[in-house]
Design a protein around this ligand. Structure first.
Ligand code: FAD
Length: 426
């Protein structure tokens, strides 16, 4: 019995590794079209910023590691051009056919096409792969650009702006929507704007990129789209989001064919609807579930709350679930409380931390939240995300027994202060 995995990064390798743990006797092969596997794309902006010194530091495992330690054959430079499910085989660029019994599609996503005239500029770059980051680094050191335009204020755009500023460039971010990070949240957008302005980054919202050819460097960060053509060509159904539709076992519409990671949809835990929120955390988890099921175990992926965190010039910007505006669009009756407290004792370097919680006025169920600050942000957002996973009501969140000691926290955790505030309002 052979498990074939297409894609050798987060989702694909998690699937392969999990399948091996489930079944020591399974034949497992991973096909990756690129030359590198298992690298953390999440580290690319920090490599460009110079905070990670060498690109190799971003590579976690090599094909040799997988062969020796996991008995998994990983082939690089192996691009799958089609899948024939009736024959249970994939065709590689060059014509070679590879048989499978079970298949995991983990083909990831790619940058959404930009305006062709802008994409064709010699100074235009995407930041999606290790090669992209290397090209950009070379351009920075050889051409010494002074002014950059970043198109898109998603997390990749914001992290790119931070990285370029650290390289000494003047940076302008142009975003066509009225908010940042794809989140309809006016307060969050205002705080991010203030932070960017403090570090002399210009943020232009509600504008389409025009005249960017005047800039020495242009970063295309206008979103990503799932790589679904291979799957669709094989008859795999796509969902309404455009990504691959999967069930909770990560199985596609074709029996024995699984999909995971940036190419697949996930169920949103708050709305109960499929979404496409491509993140590394989700890719790893989906891959694990796909791998377990493909190897014969029953595993379930419960869904996502869209939990994310990004560093904007040292300020953590994190959110999970729905903002107030998004909750209203989803048909809830949202009530929101926003507080600013201290992350830990002042004498231990505590910093202001802002927490917003959103609950449904009718049911008191928590719907989402955001956290902004220079300290304690990841811990706080993870508490809120946990509450969303367990469909907690505001008073249940308020009841949580959270840790306190002056070097780490305050006796009243900021999340609890926000919950108390909100419970007076719902
Ligand atoms: P990918 O990593 O895209 O891997 C898919 C692989 O499939 C690719 O290597 C591709 O070459 C291969 N492939 C595609 N088609 C074929 C084919 N036909 N034949 C063979 N191989 C094929 N996520 C977070 O959670 N936190 C972060 O801080 C974060 N920061 C990020 C920063 C940047 C700059 C970027 C670009 C992404 C970031 N992400 C972050 C997102 C995260 O990197 C992705 O969600 C994750 O890499 C998805 O993993 P994947 O395995 O699904 O897809």
């Amino acid at each position: 019995m052979r498990l074939l995995v297409i894609g050798g990064v987060a989702a694909g390798l998690s699937a392969a590794a999990r399948a091996r743990r489930v079944d020591a006797g399974l034949e497992i092969a991973v096909l990756e079209k690129g030359s590198t596997i298992s690298y953390g794309a999440c580290g690319l902006p920090f490599y460009v910023a110079g905070r990670v010194r060498r690109a190799e530091q971003l590579i976690v495992y090599t094909p040799a590691y997988f062969a020796k330690e996991r008995n998994i054959a990983v082939r690089t430079g192996a691009r799958v051009v089609s899948i024939s499910h009736p024959r249970r085989e994939v065709v590689l660029d060059g014509g070679e056919r590879v048989h499978y019994d079970r298949l995991v599609i983990a083909t990831g996503a790619r940058p959404r096409p930009a305006d062709p005239a802008i994409a064709a500029l010699p100074q235009a770059f995407t930041m999606h792969t290790l090669e992209d980051a290397e090209r950009l680094k070379r351009f920075l050191s050889e051409k010494r650009p002074a002014r950059a335009a970043v198109i898109g204020a998603g997390y990749i755009g914001l992290e790119a702006a931070d990285a370029l500023r650290r390289n000494g460039l003047a940076v302008t971010i142009v975003e066509q929507s009225p908010h940042v990070l794809g989140r309809d949240d006016a307060a969050l957008t205002a705080t991010v704007r203030q932070r960017l302005e403090r570090f002399r980054v210009e943020l232009r919202l509600g504008e389409r990129a025009q005249g960017v050819e005047r800039y020495d460097l242009v970063i295309l960060a206008n979103g990503i789209q799932p790589n679904v053509e291979l799957a669709a060509g094989a008859g795999v159904e796509l969902g309404r989001t455009g990504a691959i539709r999967v069930d909770e076992r990560m199985e596609t519409s074709l029996a024995g064919v699984y999909a995971a990671g940036d190419c697949a949809e996930a169920m949103h835990l708050v709305t109960g609807r499929p979404v496409h929120i491509p993140l590394g955390t989700t890719a790893n988890k989906m891959g694990r579930v796909a791998g377990a099921n493909a190897a014969g175990r029953r595993a379930r992926f419960s869904g996502v709350a869209g939990t994310a965190i990004v560093s904007v010039f040292g300020m953590g910007v994190a959110f999970t679930g729905l903002s107030g505006a998004q909750a209203r669009q989803e048909g809830f009756s949202p009530v929101a409380a926003r507080i600013t407290a201290r992350s830990r004792a002042r004498y231990f370097g505590g910093k202001p931390i802002t927490v917003e919680l959103v609950a449904d006025g009718g049911t008191r169920r928590l719907l989402g939240g955001s956290v902004l600050g220079e300290d304690g942000v990841a811990g706080a957002i993870n508490v809120i995300a946990t509450a969303l996973h367990h469909r907690m009501r505001v008073e249940e969140l308020d009841d949580l027994d959270l840790a306190y000691a002056p070097p780490f926290a305050m006796v009243w955790d900021p999340v609890l202060i926000a919950a108390q505030q909100l419970s007076k309002m719902v």
